[in-house]
Design a protein around this ligand. Structure first.
Ligand code: SF4
Length: 193
């Protein structure tokens, strides 16, 4: 079975629109017995994207498996509002540069949101460590969650290879990353481990 744990906010208060249960006291028992996978909250139907919408993904291949999904939204965890002005990593820079303090991530109005992205990323890493998650399914193209592709910093829809800030921090800490179209690949990995 899939167990859902709603943890994208540090307060542990459920969202008004949450579809996820939040039984904090049952977390450890569930987690101890199952594989644990971090999932971008928008893929699970949470309306947390910059435009106030979700982006539901087909994760049905994980049904009837012993897996706990932990919902995260790094942008929300970093205290960015929803809806919000979209952000992109500076042109010619990477998420690794941001985590190293050598680049910024700004929104389309030119406002520096680097601190919020870094703090949100650290929160999600703490969630992974707390729940002993070694895998994550994250929303491709997001400046926080992108696993292979992100927008190139020009706000014109052009993509480039690279990870979002949270994906990069999780990767640096040994979490295996998958996007919303790689559910089968993730399952194959979990079945081997
Ligand atoms: S892609 Fe990541 S940061 Fe963006 S809304 Fe979804 S969970 Fe939040």
């Amino acid at each position: 079975m899939i167990s859902l744990v709603g943890t994208w906010q540090e307060s542990n208060e459920p969202s008004p629109n949450s579809v996820l249960p939040n039984p904090k006291k049952r977390f450890r028992k569930q987690v101890a017995n199952n594989h644990v996978v971090l999932v971008s909250a928008c893929l699970l139907g949470q309306p947390v994207r910059y435009d106030g919408q979700s982006k539901v993904a087909d994760l049905s291949c994980l049904v009837n498996k012993d897996i706990t999904l932990v919902a995260i939204c790094p942008e929300c965890a970093g205290s960015l509002p929803t809806p919000r002005v979209p952000c992109e990593i500076e042109k010619d820079m990477t998420a690794g540069d941001i985590l190293a303090g050598q680049a910024k991530i700004k929104n389309a109005d030119g406002i520096d949101c680097t601190q919020q992205y870094v703090e949100g990323s650290r929160f999600c890493l703490r969630m992974a460590q707390q729940h002993r998650a070694h895998h994550a399914i994250l929303k491709e193209k997001s400046p926080a969650c992108g696993t292979h592709m992100v927008y190139d910093g020009q706000f014109n829809g052009t993509l480039k290879s690279g990870r979002g800030v949270t994906a990069e921090l999780l990767h640096q800490n040994g979490i295996k990353l998958f996007n919303e179209n790689q559910c089968e690949e993730l399952l194959a990995q979990l079945e081997k481990s």
